[in-house]
Design a protein around this ligand. Structure first.
Ligand code: ZN
Length: 198
């Protein structure tokens, strides 16, 4: 019998999970609704660990992540479920410095994808494909939710959530920019103002 060799990453993840299971303790008894009744919408950036930067333990809060931490339809879907069915009562929108979403536009990524699907490289100025051919035009039909300015994008997100018809007026929505050099959450005052309960 030959077995398909596992990817080293899969081996590492399963080993880490085995160690986690050994120390899992009483977490199997946690309730489904977040105990601290709040949610964070943030970027998928690998340098950000919301459990650490916001002090979360398992069961504490909802964390909704996507590229940029943008308040797109699917993020709002999750936030509405978070409140309506699972009881969260305060929400944070957290973007961050040095976000990859600042490094391209809809046109740039669509053109790269139209040419080739392999991972592109960035030289500090422009993106380029490692090879050419085999791309798809489908990227021209997607809204990528890129970012020009972090404080502005946090404000946009908070305003969009605040004005959504399925979001109750009494949920405060806070806006912050996480600094990847220091780990600090810096408030975006205009967003916090826009996110006040009305
Ligand atoms: Zn990011």
């Amino acid at each position: 019998m030959t077995q398909t060799p596992k990817s080293p990453i899969v081996e590492e993840v399963l080993a880490a999970n085995g160690a986690y299971v050994k120390t899992f303790g009483a977490k199997g008894d946690l309730a489904l609704p977040p105990a601290r009744r709040f949610a964070i919408l943030t970027c998928m950036d690998a340098r950000l660990d919301p459990a650490k930067y916001a002090g979360l333990a398992e069961g504490d809060a909802h964390v909704i992540r996507n590229a940029g931490g943008r308040a797109c339809d699917d993020a709002i879907r999750s936030l509405v479920i978070s409140h309506k069915l699972l009881g969260t009562r305060e929400w944070f929108v957290v973007h961050h410095t040095n976000c990859g979403m600042e490094l391209f536009t809809d046109q740039v990524i669509a053109d790269l994808l139209e040419d080739n699907l392999e991972t592109a490289s960035f030289d500090g100025q422009a993106w380029s494909n490692p090879k050419h051919g085999g791309g798809s035009a489908a990227g021209h039909f997607i809204k990528w939710h890129t970012i020009k300015d972090q404080a502005a994008s946090v404000l946009q997100g908070v305003r969009r959530i605040r004005q959504h018809p399925l979001v109750p007026n009494d949920i405060p929505i806070y806006g912050y920019v996480y600094d990847v050099r220091t780990g600090r959450l810096d408030p975006v005052e205009a967003a916090i103002e826009a996110g006040r309960p009305t």
